[in-house]
Write a protein that binds this ligand. Structure first.
Ligand code: S5P
Length: 263
């Protein structure tokens, strides 16, 4: 099973360029940590990106919550991604018909496709959403994750919804390289979807607004996910951002090593 292979073994065999680049980066930096930097000012976002940069493989953004967004923010994030060697993932959660998401991805104020290596989409509108995003993203070498399972309590992303989402990914593997989910999704050896899992915390179980946390061990070792996405657990206390990033990086990497040693 691919779950028990190392990230570099998976990089060597992966048909999707975005997945290959991510696995190579993870092995090079020895990290499977993605930080969700959900802050509302440019200054805070850049400070977090620079502080956690050495410890992460992916910086996950919600660019539309930044009150003083401008092109300079994107330019500086891009420079930081080169300086620290991480990928940028704009967590846009597209959810409209193909024609609309094309514009949302490539145009408007944010021009997400021009700077974000990875983005994601809900599958609720059907496969046209993937085709619309692919028209814009594939020529730029971008990759897409589908939301197959959500971390929040009562999420409707289960059963047939999840399996249909996986089937959509299977039919679009040139652009779709994985999922936001809570478990690994591969059904056989020819399949190697990357799973990034949010809802990760070492100290608390929830946030009072439906979020549910599991530990890096549960996510990486027991559920076979590849990347842990951690937000408030890392930036929640501004004095401890780097300390917590190291702590989660170490916990995620240890869980991965233990998993691949089982093979
Ligand atoms: O199912 C999901 C999918 C996502 S992308 N649950 C989530 O929490 N997320 C995102 O992960 C969410 O938008 C936020 O940016 C991050 C979790 O943040 P935390 O502060 O709860 O760790």
């Amino acid at each position: 099973m691919n779950t028990f292979k190392t990230y570099s073994e998976r990089a060597a065999r992966h048909p999707n360029a975005c997945a290959r680049a991510l696995f190579e980066l993870m092995e090079r930096k020895q990290t499977n940590l993605s930080v969700a930097a959900d802050v509302t000012t440019k200054k805070e976002l850049l400070a977090i990106a620079d502080g956690v940069g050495p410890f992460i493989c992916v910086l996950k953004t919600h660019i539309d919550i930044v009150e003083d967004f401008d092109q300079d923010l994107v330019d500086q994030l891009t420079q930081l991604s080169k300086k620290h060697d991480f990928m940028i993932f704009e967590d846009r959660k597209f959810a409209d018909i193909g024609n609309t998401v094309k514009h949302q991805y490539g145009k408007g104020i944010y021009k997400i496709a021009s700077w974000s290596h990875i983005t994601n989409a809900h599958t609720v509108p059907g496969e046209g959403i993937i085709h619309g995003l692919r028209d814009v993203g594939l020529p730029l070498g971008r990759g897409l994750l589908l939301l197959a399972e959500m971390s929040s309590k009562g999420a409707l992303t289960q059963g047939a919804y999840t399996s249909e989402s996986v089937a959509m990914a299977r039919r679009n593997q040139d652009f779709v390289f994985g999922f936001i989910a809570q478990h690994q999704m591969n059904e056989h050896d020819d399949e190697d979807f990357v799973v990034m899992a949010p809802g990760v915390g070492l100290d608390v179980k929830g946030d009072g607004l439906g979020q549910q946390y599991r530990t890096p061990d549960q996510v990486i070792k027991e559920s076979g996910c590849d990347v842990i996405i951690v937000g408030r657990g890392i930036y929640g206390n501004p004095d401890q951002v780097e300390y917590q990033a190291k702590r989660y990086r170490d916990a995620g990497w240890k869980a991965y090593l233990e998993r691949v040693q089982k093979q």
